[in-house]
Design a protein around this ligand. Structure first.
Ligand code: ZN
Length: 468
């Protein structure tokens, strides 16, 4: 399957985008350019400027387009695409949400529905939805292994990403500390550390690519201190140190773990992961909504990435993360959606709009509100830095040819003075017109062309039964 998909990519042609109306580079100088051309060759950005078409390259008119680097979703659980808008979980807090979700997934597994094939079908739908809103890289975390069995869910997700043409950081998620041992995970979803390490090494050996332009990487991703043993965090830190490009990722300060760490370990979640050797770059932490202000300087000094997830933070009633304080302290800040069970979608662009509005409630001082450009920078360059990918999330010669372009001549953008602000603050046009990943056109004229949208949707609908 992988070889077939890679064969498709071997035929990717060079591409010239001409007369780009507005180009946002997110390079070191945050340059924005008007009326420029951009050449893609060999999967990279080759040139930006006034360029002449060459023979054998495709030329696209971009005179009505706003072009940005492809976004990086730094925290996702793709299998949860099958778990959207469940009526009894619509208005619940985190603990009943977690247990309700676990019960449902276990039921599906016992009935034979939770299989690698169904996970792949759901993941494909999430990937296509992501591409259509301008996401070109997903950092996924699959931590649900019902019965404690290592079925090839992650392997199937990686194959799905290669078919669909999106970059994937596949996180080997875990739950290793069940209720009977004082943790908060159902015992029947927990695995031993030995098994988790065995499978992680297998995934690294089979799929991890340390190349700066890699399509697939593996990271090590315990679900959280409330469901994972401290020894696991320590072993994962050692494994990551031994394998270049293998990152460390976990939920932290998702409220539930704060009191858990204080009670069980007498420390904060940040101190907990520090004991295990996680205060380092290429560690990125999801949520951080409950993090104490006194620690923020330490996050910056350690070089960890912080991923802001506005949709689940609001949906669960957590509140607003202190993103302005993180930025002021010099932290690396990225953006993500999390899984569809606590977001109900994969629309990172839509979530950025929510964040742009919601953070105005956090301060009476408009200078402290998050600007559209700050948010877009977080969702591109910032997320790329979180996951250790400096060649992604920016548009400059040598960077990966991952970009997204939106039509700024559509009816909902009439009257927009600033096209960059218009991308987030106007309403109808979340679908990108054009998206490339490694130079391959995966979205053209607002439709996915690397996979058939209708087939992907039908396969995903058939993958899991509707909730009873
Ligand atoms: Zn999550």
């Amino acid at each position: 399957m992988l070889e077939r998909a890679w064969g498709r990519l071997a035929g990717v042609a060079d591409l010239l985008l001409r007369e780009i109306a507005h180009l946002v580079t997110f390079d070191a100088d945050d340059r924005e350019l008007q009326g420029v051309d951009l050449r893609i060759s060999g999967g990279r950005i080759a040139e930006i400027g006034r360029l002449h078409p060459k023979a054998d390259e495709e030329v696209l008119d971009a005179s009505g387009m706003l072009v940005l680097p492809g976004m990086v979703n730094a925290h996702q659980h793709l299998y949860q695409v099958g778990l959207r808008c469940i009526a009894e979980l619509e208005r619940v807090t985190l603990e009943p949400w977690l247990s309700g979700l676990g019960r449902l997934c276990m039921q599906w597994w016992r009935e034979g529905h939770f299989t690698p094939e169904s996970v792949a079908a759901l993941a494909r739908a999430g990937m296509v939805e992501s591409l259509l809103c301008g996401v070109t890289t997903i950092a996924d975390q699959h931590y649900f292994f019902p019965g404690g069995v290592t079925a090839p869910y992650i392997e199937a997700t990686i194959e799905a990403a290669t078919e669909v043409g999106i970059r994937l950081h596949a996180g080997r998620g875990t739950m290793t500390m069940g209720l009977s041992e004082g943790g908060m995970a159902p015992d029947e979803t927990c695995q031993t550390i030995d098994e988790v390490v065995r499978h992680s090494l297998e995934l690294i050996s089979e799929y991890h690519d340390p190349d700066p332009l890699a399509r697939t990487r593996i990271h090590l991703a315990p679900c959280g201190p409330h469901v994972d043993r401290p020894e696991l965090y320590a072993v994962f830190a050692e494994l990551a140190a031994e394998h270049p490009g293998v990152g460390l990722h976990t939920h932290l300060y998702e409220q539930i773990d704060t009191e858990f760490c204080r009670r069980r370990y007498g420390m904060t979640p940040w101190q907990f992961i520090g004991e295990a050797g996680w205060h380092r770059d290429a560690t990125w932490l999801a949520h951080m909504v409950d993090a104490p202000h006194a620690e923020v300087a330490d996050y910056a000094a350690a070089g960890v990435g912080l991923v802001h997830l506005i949709a689940p933070d609001l949906r669960m009633g957590f509140g607003l993360a202190s993103v302005r304080e993180w930025l002021e302290a010099g932290c690396t800040v990225g953006f993500g959606t999390t899984g569809s069970a606590s977001n109900d979608g994969c629309n990172q662009l839509g979530d950025l709009r929510v964040a742009a509005l919601a953070h105005r409630l956090g301060s009476a001082d408009p200078d402290r509100w998050l600007s559209v450009r700050e948010l877009l920078a977080m969702a591109t360059r910032g997320s790329a830095r979180c996951i250790g990918r400096s060649a992604l999330g920016i548009l400059e010669p040598g960077a990966a040819a991952d970009l997204a372009a939106w039509d700024i001549t559509s009816v909902d953008r009439v009257g927009v003075h600033d096209p960059v602000a218009g991308l987030l603050m106007t309403g109808l046009s979340d679908r990108a017109q054009l998206v490339t990943v490694a130079g391959e056109v995966v979205v053209r004229d607002g439709h996915c062309v690397s996979a058939d949208e209708e087939t992907v949707a039908a396969d995903a609908r058939a993958a899991l039964p509707p909730p009873a």
